[in-house]
Design a protein around this ligand. Structure first.
Ligand SMILES: [Zn+2]
Length: 358
């Protein structure tokens, strides 16, 4: 096998071409869900690509998805490609199919955003928008997180106010307010939107088209940015019931975000919640594989800068290029040892799934 480094993409177009070539060579049936309204910076098309292999009526299904958080797709797509090339998906047990979903959020991947074309965090978007939860903590800090300017007095005041908030309420409260999801500030961070996003609807459509006959579905959604460098934490976000199923399959290493012992805070409105709505109770075990990169303050600061850039900055400037590069760097460690760790961890979960399906 080639070094895994070779499978990680330069950009979205490279990732897409590689995914299609590898899946078609591997006998997968591919379908492109083309984005109806946006294109990549180079003018090429954007799509969420789906690849299926196995019996059409398979009762067991393994799903591996990448790029829910756009820029995190460098990691997820690279891991999918390395997995395809390794042969680890060959020889699945009878009555089992594999479904690979590439670039759930192709706009964010191609434009180096964690969010989608409308600044929406897809893992906060899958809620009932008639009953969006309030986040008063975020309302309080929004103006400081996204100040008028990135340099000078406005920024200095903002940073001072953030430091004061952190000191008075604690870091945990600050992070919950900032990252917990909010529905009032379309130009802000961790914004959940006002209606289902294209990627949310596409994800649901893919599940309806491919999962209606399966009785047991295991889904792995690949993420980066939380936790120690190169460590892939497996986490369940929807319910303790699902967590119990995941532990039976993968062991105690799977964390439940509601229990406080995970790298992630408890969040609602994720693609995992959407998947449970589409598939119904008891059928799905979906985990997020969250690969650590750098300490949380660094990641959050890079996200804040990029959100500011899109809301108030000047795209095309040298400063914009620096901010974009930094965002890519905190969500994708361009280092062979990190990539090897990412692929090894994914292989481990594929092997455990294969054993559970026997
Ligand atoms: Zn993510």
């Amino acid at each position: 096998m080639q070094r895994v480094d070779a499978f990680f993409p330069r950009d979205y177009a490279d990732a897409r071409a590689r995914f299609l070539a590898l899946t078609q060579a591997g006998g997968f049936l591919t379908t492109a869900h083309v984005h109806p309204a946006h294109r990549a910076p180079d003018g090429s098309g954007l799509a969420c690509d789906v690849a299926w292999r196995g019996p059409a009526a398979a009762s067991r299904l393994l799903i591996i998805s990448s790029g829910t958080h756009g820029v995190e797709g460098f990691c997820g797509s690279g891991a999918q490609a390395a997995l395809l090339a390794s042969g680890a998906l060959d020889g699945m047990p009878a009555d089992t199919a594999v479904l690979l979903v590439h670039a759930v959020n192709p706009y964010g991947f191609a434009h180096l955003r964690r969010t989608n074309e409308d600044n929406i965090d897809l893992n906060r978007n899958c809620i009932d928008h008639g009953r969006a939860p309030a986040n008063p903590g975020y309302d309080e800090i929004h103006g400081w997180l996204v100040p008028e300017s990135w340099d000078g007095p406005a920024r200095e005041t903002a940073d001072r106010e953030i430091a004061r908030y952190q000191q008075e309420r604690g870091m945990r409260a600050f992070q919950e307010a900032m990252t917990g999801g909010q529905y009032n500030h379309p130009d802000g961070l961790f914004y959940g939107g006002q209606a289902p996003a294209w990627s949310n609807l596409t994800w649901r459509r893919i599940l309806r088209e491919h999962c209606s006959r399966a009785r047991q579905v295991v889904a792995l959604d690949l993420h980066t940015g939380l936790g120690p460098w190169g460590v892939g934490e497996a986490l369940c976000v929807t319910s303790e019931d699902e967590h119990r199923r995941a532990v039976a399959m993968f062991g105690e290493q799977v964390k439940w975000t509601g229990g406080g012992g995970s790298v992630s805070a408890q969040i609602g409105g994720t693609l995992m919640h959407a998947a449970h709505e589409e598939l119904g109770p008891g059928k799905l075990t979906m985990i997020g594989l969250e690969y650590g990169t750098y300490p949380i303050p660094e990641t959050l600061d890079a996200l804040r800068a990029e959100t500011w850039l899109v809301a108030r900055g000047r795209t095309g400037s040298p400063e914009a290029a620096r901010i974009k590069q930094r965002l890519r760097d905190v969500f994708y460690v361009d280092d062979p040892a990190w990539k090897q760790a990412v692929v090894d961890r994914l292989m481990e979960f594929v092997t455990l799934t294969r054993e559970a399906f026997r």
